[in-house]
Design a protein around this ligand. Structure first.
Ligand SMILES: [Zn+2]
Length: 332
């Protein structure tokens, strides 16, 4: 997603290679104010090195687990020194580690996108530092963590949830009917940076691959960022339209309750980034949940992701005509 705010360009893309290829052939701006790596996953981090190589970048925003080695140390039984743990965490998150090396070599300052900080026109709603540290501990990448025992009740509830998740595929969907699986997205996805901006009265929410935990944290922080909910005008549907990242309750709090019927004029735009090769995404249940709340759904579906970005820039340029610079370097 390209966020075009006045003279500032912010980049948050699924496939940065497309931006680089396009940028090199059409003379896109040589300078990008802010590049945000939302989380470590390859479909978000992969190719970002090429962006740092191809453009001048004002700031790189990303969370680095090893910065918190001192605080994490007591929870890693096998590690006796923060230095060793730092080294281990760098090895566990190679995408982030190599971007850090590249940014340092190029003199690009790196900042941590933690809750409450401003990135250009955007405010980070999630994660908070405490939650980020908990997510590092619960990630599958860090099995050395001293386990906290699952109670019998928790195990039972989890088993019940799995049965319910299997049953939902058999349910026919009427307007307004929503069932989402009870199991959660990964801790890695939950580390995603959630950002909000208010541009010319339009509320924009970028969620990356955030799950229910991250969205809940973002919603609870929203009032402190001046975001009145429910009501988002441009919503990036999290995790390519996966069912495990949202729930009826979360969507009601974010986007408003289920409407009695499709409104004549859409209430908001929902963007889903999904690859054509990935036939499972976006999930129909998620697309319908957007429609239930009056959303008009736009999916990339393997179309050139950059074309999608340009489309969103055009849409935004139309909406925010008043502050888009008159000499636009973009192929609008
Ligand atoms: Zn992803």
């Amino acid at each position: 997603m390209l966020a075009f705010t006045g003279l500032s360009v912010q980049l948050e893309v699924e496939r940065p290679q497309c931006v680089v290829q396009h940028g090199l052939t059409t003379g896109n701006p040589a300078f990008i104010d802010h590049v945000v790596l939302t989380h470590n996953d390859g479909d978000h981090a992969g190719g970002l090195a090429a962006v740092l190589e191809s453009f001048r970048v004002g700031a790189l925003w990303m969370l680095r687990p090893w910065l918190y080695a001192e605080e994490l140390l007591p929870r890693f039984a096998r590690f006796t020194s923060a230095e060793n743990l730092r080294r281990r965490l760098r090895a566990l998150y190679p995408n982030i580690a190599s971007l850090e090396e590249l940014a340092l070599a190029k003199g690009i300052p790196i900042f941590e996108p933690l809750q409450g900080l401003r990135i250009g026109a955007f405010t980070v709603l999630a994660p908070s530092k405490n939650r980020y540290i908990e997510l590092i501990l619960s990630s599958d990448r860090t099995p050395e963590v001293v386990p906290e025992e699952e109670t019998l009740l928790e195990a039972f509830t989890r088993a019940l949830g799995n049965v319910a998740a299997k049953a939902i595929t058999l349910v026919r969907s009427a307007w307004g009917a929503e069932v989402f699986p009870s199991d959660e997205t990964s801790a890695e996805n939950e580390m995603s940076v959630v950002q909000f901006a208010l541009l010319n009265g339009h509320k924009i929410l970028l969620t990356a691959d955030s799950g229910r935990g991250g969205l809940d944290e973002a919603i609870r922080y929203a009032p402190f960022a001046g975001l009145v909910l429910p009501g988002i005008d441009m919503f990036q549907v999290p995790h390519h339209g996966s069912r495990r990242n949202v729930s009826t309750e979360i969507l009601n709090r974010l986007l408003g309750p289920i409407l009695p019927a499709t409104p004549v004029v859409p209430k908001f735009s929902a963007f889903v980034s999904s690859a054509k090769a990935d036939e499972a995404h976006p999930r129909k249940a998620v697309v319908r949940a957007m429609q239930h709340r009056g959303g008009s759904v736009l999916t990339t579906e393997g179309k050139n992701v950059y074309a999608f970005s340009v489309l969103s820039v055009i849409l935004w340029a139309r909406r925010f005509r008043t502050f888009i610079p008159s000499v636009s370097p973009w192929p609008v």
